[in-house]
Design a protein around this ligand. Structure first.
Ligand SMILES: [Zn+2]
Length: 242
């Protein structure tokens, strides 16, 4: 059994028993981890209340034989308190954290996903509510797309996966792994605006994600939903149903 320290962002906290919580964490060196916070639900707990989703903390963890670590101590590094000032921000952050919890592999040791999630949360702490649902916010969709890239799941969108054509791309197929041109046909229709927006979100820093028309944002979310369902068999609760 080994004890180790790591910084991590809390992706999810679930009640495990009367007194304990299980937290899902993302750490820059250990990937996605689950840890049991014993006694975290007790009023006087040193851990209680601290480890809410989106909180970044310096943690002392204990790894036993199973996959579940024991949580021994936590010092909050960045609470992202401004997320709680505005429900739009909280829902947007929730959508990103749910994606991270489902997409990032357990054994991912790279720091890329961690860096991406930290940047996303920092940006969302200052975002202003928009009329569209928070899950369709350009920063949220850009972050989800970048998570697919990091996890090696991003389909090929720059050319037709069937014939290689670079122009007249009109559809998308998760099964075939990317865009389809008009002559090849098949897949699900995808508008030119959606292709342009996908290229922009993937090619730009998160801070430059900008604004999306709701119709375009809906199309991008659908691409994400189809990819996740095809490759990981997962559905995001925060996304709209297929
Ligand atoms: Zn083609």
């Amino acid at each position: 059994m080994t004890e180790f320290e790591t910084e991590a962002v809390v992706l999810r906290t679930i009640r495990y028993s009367e007194a304990d919580n299980i937290v899902t964490l993302l750490s820059p060196g250990h990937g996605r981890l689950s840890a049991i916070a014993k006694g975290a639900r007790r009023q006087k707990s040193r851990l209680g209340g601290r480890l809410q989703p989106a909180v970044v903390a310096r943690l002392t963890l204990h790894r036993g034989r199973g996959e579940l670590c024991g949580l021994r101590g936590a010092v909050v590094v960045e609470p992202h308190a401004a997320l709680w000032h505005e429900s739009y921000r909280l829902l947007a952050a929730g959508a990103v954290l749910e994606s991270a919890a489902k997409i990032i592999p357990v054994d991912d040791e790279s720091a890329s996903a961690y860096t991406l999630i930290r940047r996303t949360l920092a940006l969302l702490t200052t975002s202003s509510p928009r009329p569209a649902p928070p899950r369709l916010d350009a920063v949220v969709l850009a972050s989800r797309l970048k998570l697919l890239v990091i996890s090696g799941l991003m389909p090929r969108l720059g050319g037709c996966v069937a014939c290689g054509a670079l122009e007249d791309l009109v559809a998308f197929s998760a099964v075939q792994g990317g865009a389809l041109c008009r002559s090849c046909g098949g897949g699900e229709p995808l508008s030119p605006a959606a292709f342009t927006a996908l290229a922009h979100l993937l090619g730009s820093p998160l801070a430059d994600a900008g604004e999306l028309e709701q119709g375009t944002a809906d199309e991008i979310e659908r691409v994400l939903t189809l990819v996740l369902s095809e490759h990981l068999g997962v559905r995001l609760r925060s996304a709209s149903p297929i």
